[in-house]
Design a protein around this ligand. Structure first.
Ligand SMILES: *Cc1c(COP(=O)(O)O)cnc(C)c1O
Length: 404
C-alpha cells in the first residue's frame, strides 16, 4: 500500500528542530527489545548486558506475577471498560489500593494509570491559583507539569538546599493560600536521596503540605522497600506520598497514599482518575502479587544493595566520574557516569552498545546542559559474572575514548 506523503509544510519546523538535534549529536532512535526485560536481553537484534532498566528487583518477569496476570485475564478479561468514577472500578482495583495502604501503613491509597499521572493529577488537584509550590530544582517532570497545571505560584529551591527552601517558604509565609513543599524521595538522574527529615521540619514550621515522590525508592529503600519515609522514619510527617508501580514493582501504574479525605478528594478531583480508563485487571493483580513478593522475598532487596555496592566501588575504581563533584553523589542503585558533553555521551553509549553493554545516554533537556551522562541502574538479578563483563567493556571503551 502506498503511503501518503503530505506536501503540506505546516510541520516543517519540527523537521528543522530534529535536524538541529542531529547536528548537535543528541538525536536518538529508540532501541527495541525483542525478548524479556532481563539483565541480558536482545535490543535491536543484539544481545547485551542491560544496565538501563528500572526493573530493580526483577519482578517484571517474576513467575508469581506472570501467573497473577494470566489468571486475572482469564477471570476478568483484558480491560476495565470505563474510568474509575463511571463503571471502571473493579474489586481487584480496590484490593490493590487496600494492599498498598496496609503496606505503607497509611489510612488510604488511590492508584493511577502511571506514576506520571499520580504526580501531575495530584498536584494539580490539591493546589489552585492562589497557592504556592516550593519545589526542588531536580524534581521529576511530572511534578513540574502538575505544578504548572495547578496554576499555583511555583518557587524552585536549589537542589537539596534546605536553607534556600526555608527562604522561599518565608517569602510566602504571610500570604493567604496553601503552601506545598515537594521533593522526589530519590532523584532519578543522580540517585541521591532527599533530606526528608529537614524538609519535614520546614513543612511543620511553616504550615506547608509535605509531599514526596518515591518512584525510585519504592521497592528499594526502607523496610521491604517501603520507601524514603520508612528509610528516614518520618512516618506521619508526610501528607502525600507518591509511589510508582512501574519500576521495582515491575508492572505499570502510580499511587498516592495519605488520609481518607485526601484519597476521597482525589477520587472526586484528580483529572487522570476521572477522565482516563483504569488499569486492566491483569495489571492490578500483578501489582498485588508484587507487594506479596516484597514481603516474602526480602533477599531480592538485599541482593540489589549488594550488587549496588559492588558496582559503585568497581566503577569508581576504574576512574569514571560517578557523581559527587559538580553533581550530587548517588546513594542508591542509580549510578550515573558523567561525561558532560551531550554528543560525546551519545557516542560513548553507542560504543558501549557495540561492545555488548546497554547504557542509555541521557542529555539535555532531561539533565542540565553540560551534565550529560550514561545512567546505569543495578538490579537484584544481575550476576557477578555479568557485572564483571560489563565493567570490562566499560574500561575498554572508556580508555579508547579517553574518558578514563
Ligand atoms: C519514573 C518516575 C515517575 C513516573 O512514573 P511512571 O510510573 O513511569 O509514570 C515519577 N517520578 C519519578 C521521580 C520518576 O522517576
Amino acid at each position: 500500500m502506498a503511503t501518503h506523503t503530505s506536501s503540506r509544510s505546516q510541520l516543517s519546523y519540527l523537521s528543522e528542530q530534529l535536524n538541529e538535534l542531529k547536528k548537535k549529536g543528541t538525536h536518538f532512535r529508540l532501541r527495541v527489545l525483542a525478548d524479556e526485560p532481563a539483565p541480558v536481553c536482545t535490543f535491536d537484534g543484539k544481545k547485551v548486558i542491560n544496565l538501563a532498566s528500572n526493573n530493580y528487583l526483577g519482578l517484571a518477569t517474576h513467575p508469581k506475577l506472570r501467573q497473577a496476570a494470566i489468571e486475572a485475564t482469564k477471570k476478568y478479561g483484558v480491560g476495565s471498560g470505563a474510568v474509575r468514577t463511571i463503571a471502571g472500578t473493579m474489586k481487584i482495583h480496590m484490593e490493590l489500593e487496600e494492599k498498598i495502604a496496609r503496606f505503607k501503613n497509611v489510612e488510604a491509597s488511590v492508584v493511577f494509570q502511571s506514576g506520571f499521572a499520580a504526580n501531575a493529577g495530584t498536584v494539580a488537584a490539591v493546589l489552585g491559583k492562589d497557592d504556592f509550590i516550593v519545589s526542588d530544582e531536580l524534581n521529576h517532570a511530572s511534578i513540574i507539569d502538575g505544578a504548572r497545571l495547578s496554576r499555583a505560584t511555583i518557587k524552585v529551591f536549589r537542589h537539596k538546599d534546605t536553607a534556600h527552601a526555608e527562604e522561599l517558604l518565608k517569602e510566602v509565609a504571610g500570604k493567604p493560600g496553601h503552601k506545598l513543599l515537594i521533593t522526589d524521595g530519590v532523584f532519578s538522574m543522580d540517585g541521591d536521596i532527599a533530606p526528608l527529615p529537614a524538609l519535614c521540619d520546614l513543612a511543620e514550621k511553616y504550615g506547608a503540605i509535605m509531599m514526596v515522590d518515591d518512584a525510585h525508592a519504592s521497592g528499594v529503600l526502607g523496610r521491604n522497600g517501603r520507601g524514603t519515609i520508612d528509610h528516614y522514619k518520618v512516618h506521619g510527617r508526610v501528607d502525600i506520598q507518591v509511589g510508582t508501580l512501574s519500576k521495582a514493582i515491575g508492572a505499570l501504574g502510580g499511587y498516592v497514599c495519605g488520609s481518607h479525605d485526601l484519597i476521597d478528594f482525589l477520587y472526586h478531583r484528580a483529572r487522570p482518575f476521572l477522565f482516563s480508563t483504569s488499569h486492566p485487571p491483569s495489571v492490578a493483580a500483578t501489582c498485588i502479587a508484587a507487594f506479596e513478593v516484597l514481603e516474602e522475598e526480602p533477599e531480592r532487596i538485599e541482593k540489589l544493595w549488594e550488587n549496588t555496592r559492588f558496582w559503585k566501588k568497581e566503577l569508581g575504581g576504574l576512574g569514571f566520574n560517578i557523581g559527587g563533584v559538580n553533581t550530587p553523589a548517588s546513594e542508591t542503585p542509580i549510578t550515573p557516569i558523567i561525561i558532560g558533553n551531550g554528543a560525546r555521551t551519545m557516542e560513548f553509549s553507542r560504543e558501549l552498545f557495540t561492545e555488548g553493554v546497554m547504557g542509555t545516554g541521557i542529555a539535555f533537556p532531561t539533565v542540565p546542559e553540560g551534565k550529560a551522562r550514561v545512567r546505569t541502574i543495578m538490579t537484584a538479578t544481575h550476576t557477578r559474572d555479568q557485572l564483571e563483563q560489563a565493567l570490562d567493556v566499560l574500561r575498554q571503551v572508556g580508555k579508547r575514548m579517553g574518558i578514563i
